[in-house]
Design a protein around this ligand. Structure first.
Ligand code: PLP
Length: 346
């Protein structure tokens, strides 16, 4: 499978002779969600961005940002991250033979993402502060040193991420509405750019976690809180562009509670067979809470894989059934309704 720069080179700022750093990202599955469709009364598709090489959509932006950094002769890249940008940057830096450094908020990064960044050999710096502070600090640092900043303030990130909109249009022809989780607001900005470049204008519905909803309230959040760590951001870097996308598309940005996020998270895993991370489920939580409006076709972006955050999954899931190594005991353990793990999703 070729990567997205190859697939969409005509629509990206890369010439045929430019270096390409790719792990075969993009071309992710767009699967119908029959149970969800029935529940909301519209045809709903799930864009499985967890199927990217490092398990999140961040790889779309990273192939472009790192390829451009190599083209410019950079020797190192850096980012602030709630986790997935760090995992992706670390992988693409390793692939390109660049040094990578990632700054994450201490104790607030999901286990899988931390393991990835460390395994890929990045220098992982745990900041005793928030993501927003980390981003402000790396923006200062790159003024002083020749290090490429690969956060979504980097325009190449958005170029890569807009290809997800291309893929949806290539597959469905047209779309009425897109539901997407919003943190730093780079992804919703990129989708809107991609749709516009193709002459399409689906409604953009963005969802923030209630405890980290600066765009909804129109004010920065000093101490953002949510179980959805990937969108635990109080001062989005792409604030104005994202608000422009919501307005121009006649969409909206809304808040969903952690409870609604976790309900959607369990629902997707137990009823649609799709395991995403909590932040990703905000898109579906929002659709379930607010409905599709007049949209008849809706795509929900599931931004990252559920395996990223095994601890939240185990906290939310049913218990395992202990059993002695005897047929009767196994029979009882397998068949008995009373011992079956409770399905918590409705
Ligand atoms: C980065 C990320 C988001 C938020 O995307 P933004 O571009 O920051 O708005 C949502 N979900 C997951 C899993 C992410 O990694």
């Amino acid at each position: 499978m070729s990567g997205l720069i190859e697939r969409y080179r005509d629509e990206l700022p890369f010439a045929s002779a430019d270096p390409v750093v790719s792990l075969g990202e993009g071309s992710t599955p767009l699967v119908e969600a029959p149970t969800l469709s029935e529940r909301v009364g519209a045809r709903v598709w799930l864009k499985l961005e967890g199927a990217n090489p490092t398990g999140s959509f961040k790889d779309r932006g990273m192939t472009c940002a790192v390829s451009a950094a190599v083209r410019e002769g950079a020797e190192a890249i850096i980012c602030a991250s709630t986790g997935n940008t760090a995992a992706s940057a670390a992988a693409y830096a390793a692939r390109a033979g660049l040094r990578g450094a990632v700054i994450v908020p201490e104790g607030r990064i999901a286990t899988g993402k931390l393991a990835q960044a460390l395994m890929h050999g990045a220098r992982v710096v745990a900041l005793r502060g928030s993501f927003d502070e980390a981003l402000a600090l790396v923006r200062e640092l790159v003024q002083l040193h020749p290090i490429a900043l690969v956060n979504s303030v980097n325009a190449f990130r958005l170029e890569g991420q807009k290809t997800a909109a291309f893929e949806i249009l290539d597959e469905l022809g047209e779309l009425d509405a897109l539901c997407v989780p919003v943190g730093n607001a780079g992804n919703v900005t990129a989708y809107w750019k991609g749709f516009r470049e193709r002459g399409s204008a689906p409604r953009m519905f963005g969802f923030q976690a209630a405890g980290s909803a600066p765009l909804v309230h129109g004010a920065r959040v000093a101490h953002p809180e949510t179980v959805a760590t990937a969108i635990r951001i109080g001062n989005p870097a792409r604030w104005e562009e994202a608000m422009g996308a919501f307005t121009a598309s006649r969409g909206a940005v809304r808040a969903v509670s952690d409870e609604q996020i976790l309900d959607a998270y369990r629902f997707l895993a137990s009823r649609e067979g799709v395991f995403c991370e909590p932040a990703s489920a905000a898109s579906v939580a929002g659709l379930l809470a607010h409905g599709p409006g007049d949209a008849r076709s809706v795509a929900c972006v599931l931004t990252g894989h559920g395996l990223k955050d095994p601890q939240t999954a185990l906290d939310q899931a049913g218990a395992v059934v202990p059993c002695e190594p005897e047929l009767l005991a196994v029979e009882r353990a397998v068949m008995d309704e009373a011992t079956a793990p409770a399905a918590r999703a409705g």
